[in-house]
Design a protein around this ligand. Structure first.
Ligand SMILES: [Zn+2]
Ligand SMILES: [Zn+2]
Length: 375
């Protein structure tokens, strides 16, 4: 378009519409007419109020750690329709939309005032603004941590148990948490992590599971946690308070991204078993020989599938007439209870090899002595 035609077009548009400089230049980048209007037919004067919004955002992001950000905007449909209408009426094409202009202008200003950079692909913080209501919403990207936990007291479940009264909705009984307040490993780990990173929620990926009456010893069980909406994104090392108590969190590290799904692992277990008959030396040897290195088959839970898990290096220690502690290594995911009792078509099992019913001591069924992720 020639300069002359452009300036004629500008005159025609302005005869029918009040447009601010921002909204005019967006349609015709070469328009040299400078109009300051607080009553623009497209933006309604919104562009002249951006300083206020910038100030508000600057206040809101205080206390959030981030290196990069992205601005998103929600603009009323009527504003977009006004712009589309004027564009169609004067056959204007290719100009930037109001939303794009708004977010890129705010982005530029905030890069300066905050000293952070705009990142379109993977920002630490997404700032959603509604310029017409001056609402600001902050969405920090999740962070992921890896760690291990040791459990020193029996009677704590691994996962939080959903409140039965409200089915997770939150009620008086569960203190509006949606979970029973009896205590769990998840509850303790969540509390520490959310306090440190000031996040809204923590989602766990467990490497295996144990009974609520099990202890987890040694170097503990590995886990991953996603911290949602964290204000803090750095980690200076595990606070000493995390080591103390019934559930200790150790070797916590910040991860670069999401953990790998379904990792395979090995575990070392001590099962406290009760036999229906007296345990003899012969029986001890028979069981140790049977599980030097043996594949155990069992039905999968809720699936028509057979799982195959290797059991290795079982050692039998008699601790009473009918009691024995069995220490062994196995593939991750072996169901210890079924391996002992033979439930769910588990074969061979301690029961089947002993030729009598064997069960777990329910007060202290089995302890986890070690869990290692296979590289
Ligand atoms: Zn305007
Ligand atoms: Zn409840």
């Amino acid at each position: 378009m020639t300069v002359k035609r452009a300036s004629l077009l500008v005159k025609r548009i302005l005869r029918e519409h009040r447009l601010c400089k921002h909204c005019l230049v967006r349609q015709l980048p070469n328009a040299s007419v400078g109009i300051s209007s607080r009553q623009c037919d497209i933006c309604g004067g919104m562009f002249s109020k951006l300083d206020e919004l910038t100030h508000k955002i600057t206040m809101y992001v205080q206390g959030y750690e981030f290196e990069s950000f992205l601005i998103g905007a929600t603009v009323p449909a009527s504003v977009i329709e006004n712009e589309d209408h004027i564009r169609a009426r004067f056959k204007l094409r290719g100009g930037e939309s109001l939303k794009t202009a708004l977010t890129s202008q705010l982005g530029k200003t905030l890069q300066q005032t905050l000293g952070k950079r705009v990142n379109y692909r993977d920002p630490d913080l997404v700032i959603i603004i509604s310029p017409y209501t001056q609402d600001v919403e902050l969405n920090p990207k999740s962070i992921y941590v890896s760690g291990r936990y040791v459990k020193r007291r029996r009677g704590l479940s691994q996962k939080r148990v959903r409140c039965k009264t409200c089915n997770g909705q939150g009620c008086e009984e569960c203190n509006h948490t949606g979970y029973t307040t009896g205590g769990s490993v998840e509850e303790v780990l969540s509390k520490h992590l959310l306090q440190y990173f000031i996040g809204s929620n923590a989602k766990f990926t467990w490497i295996g599971s144990e009974d609520s009456n099990s202890l987890v010893k040694g170097k503990g069980r590995p886990f991953y946690a996603e911290i949602l909406s964290p204000k803090i994104r750095h980690f200076d090392g595990t606070p000493s308070s995390w080591y103390r108590g019934d559930v200790a969190m150790i070797q916590v590290e910040l991860m670069k991204g999401r953990p790998i799904a379904n990792q395979t692992f090995d575990m070392k277990i001590k099962a406290n078993t009760i036999f229906e008959k007296d345990v003899s030396k012969e029986l001890a040897r028979t069981i140790e020989d049977a599980f030097k290195d043996r594949i155990v088959e069992m039905d999968a839970l809720n699936k028509p599938k057979v799982l195959r898990k290797r059991v290795r290096d079982l050692s039998f220690k008699r601790i009473g007439e009918k009691r024995a502690a069995l220490v062994f290594e196995s593939d991750g995911g072996l169901n210890v209870r079924r391996f002992v009792t033979g439930e769910s078509h588990t074969t061979p099992s301690i029961s089947s090899v002993s030729d009598c019913q064997v069960s777990l001591d329910e007060d202290k069924p089995f302890d986890v002595l070690g869990v290692s992720i296979r590289e």
